[in-house]
Design a protein around this ligand. Structure first.
Ligand code: FEH
Ligand code: ZN
Ligand code: ZN
Length: 345
């Protein structure tokens, strides 16, 4: 089978041929029909030796949709069923993993992987071997190219919103910073799940247009004065929540300056920006800071249900699997509208 593998730290991914895996025990072989490309893939590709808690070589790809091709002897599967894969594979036995919350596995520090395609072979390939049927969610007739981003971009956004949702009402305003693969789905999810107002912030005109197509009430280009915009549109108080899908020093500063007291600052992006937490300091009194990571299997089922109900629709840009380097360049250069998705031949 064709696979995109990271051969070693500091080396470019290679498109190569591997034997198709054979499922054992409870494992499931999934024929990949679409696999998303994520900024985290770039962080992994660019990582220096020792920076990640896992080691190459392995096949990339942690955002997968496809069909069940075969099951191991103890896997109860329906061959041909269309599914997406819950990717943050944990130890499988701790209290968190037992509840499908592998994203917060208690033994993560002991594992040599961070999830599918993150230290263990993933789905940037014709097939992927999934440890158990518990990692699969049926998708019915959803288009595979639009379903794959639900498993990471959609799920991560959904989980981030779930953490603040109880505090969002019709008087609330939420700023979404960074309207890319995750941000545009976050705008759709906030509109679908809450009555609050959404302000989208990005540096690119095409991203702000995507935000408006996704349902943002207001979209504003990020400048040094954007925190004033956030305050001006909320009567001076500031926004009730900031979802930062960039996570740079400038976006964190913007979020802190534009946030209302008793507000929520949610850091999702992994650009490595820093924020000083100090009293007295720049953060408003009563604010909460959270760093959500991916999401649970049950939350993925919720995301798929929202998509099947027509409340969520990922804008995607499709590339052949073998054109992975073209997709990587487009992601690096900010030339994507929505999420890049690779389609095996
Ligand atoms: C994966 C691995 C490490 C950090 C972040 C991620 C996300 O892309 C998963 O949603
Ligand atoms: Zn990701
Ligand atoms: Zn675990």
């Amino acid at each position: 089978m064709t696979a995109v593998r990271l051969p070693g730290w500091g080396r470019s991914p290679v498109v190569t041929e591997l034997p198709r895996p054979v499922p054992r025990d409870g494992q499931v072989l999934v024929r990949v029909e679409a696999v998303g490309l994520c900024h985290s893939d770039l962080h992994v590709i660019d990582a220096a030796r020792g920076a990640m808690p896992f080691r190459p070589p392995f096949t990339l790809g942690h955002e997968v949709a496809g069909r069940i091709a075969a099951g191991g002897p103890s896997a109860a599967v329906t061959v041909g069923e269309r599914v997406v894969v819950h990717g943050p594979w944990g130890c499988g036995s701790c209290p968190r993993c037992a509840r499908g919350r592998d994203n917060y596995c208690d033994r993560r520090s002991e594992l040599s992987w961070a999830g599918m395609g993150l230290g263990v072979d993933g789905g940037m390939a014709d097939h992927v071997l999934v440890p158990s049927t518990k990692h699969l969610v049926p998708i019915g007739e959803l288009d595979a190219g639009e379903a794959a981003p639900l498993t990471d971009a959609g799920l991560t956004s959904y989980h981030a919103i779930a953490g603040i949702r109880p505090r969002l009402d019709e008087d609330s305003t939420v700023a979404v910073i960074g309207i890319g693969g995750l941000g545009h789905l976050a705008v759709q999810l906030i509109r679908a799940l809450t009555p609050c107002r959404v302000i989208a912030v990005d540096v690119r005109d095409e991203a702000l247009a995507l935000a408006e197509r996704s349902g943002a009430h207001l979209s504003t280009k990020a400048t040094a004065d954007t925190s004033r915009v956030l305050r001006a549109t909320t009567g001076g108080a500031g926004v009730d929540a900031v979802l930062d899908f960039v996570g740079s020093r400038s976006t964190l500063d913007l979020g802190a300056r534009g946030l209302r007291s008793d507000g929520d600052l949610v850091l999702v992006g992994s650009s490595g920006g820093e924020l000083t937490v100090r009293k007295p300091g720049s953060l408003p009194p009563g604010c909460r800071i959270s760093l959500p990571f991916w999401g649970s299997r049950d939350e993925l089922a919720d995301v798929v249900a929202l998509s099947r109900a027509g409340a969520l629709s990922a804008e995607v840009q499709r590339f052949p699997l073998t054109a992975v380097h073209e997709a990587i360049s487009a992601l690096r250069n900010g030339n994507l509208a929505g999420r890049a998705v690779l389609i095996p031949g």
